[in-house]
Design a protein around this ligand. Structure first.
Ligand SMILES: [Zn+2]
Length: 103
């Protein structure tokens, strides 16, 4: 059986042990707004075509949609969840003061 490791800390995940899977899907959002192209249309189109010709189709697809899974041990799972829910707080959490007190 293939040995599995935690994606984040590299710890060996023992068979039958507690393992978590983070399934990540990142995709381009469309808010229904089409921006008017600036400048000449021909020029815009040519640039877009040039760009596409020079980009690997796989790369192009990744820009629109990417999906993957991460295996995590229990402690990395806890940290991962915490950080994705509070990304602005960084690794050293500062307890939030009560903003209402300022008013
Ligand atoms: Zn881990």
């Amino acid at each position: 059986m293939k040995e599995r490791e935690c994606w984040r800390c590299g710890k060996r995940l023992s068979p039958g042990g507690l393992v978590y899977v983070a399934h990540i899907r990142v995709f381009a959002d469309f808010d229904g707004v089409l921006l008017e192209p600036e400048g000449e249309m021909d020029h815009q189109l040519k640039r877009l075509i040039d760009q596409m010709e020079n980009t690997n189709p796989e790369e192009l697809e990744k820009e629109v949609y990417e999906e993957y899974s991460l295996l995590l041990c229990k402690s990395c799972r806890d940290r991962f969840v915490d950080e994705t829910q509070h990304p602005w707080e960084g690794p050293f959490r500062v307890p939030k003061g009560n903003g209402d007190l300022l008013h």
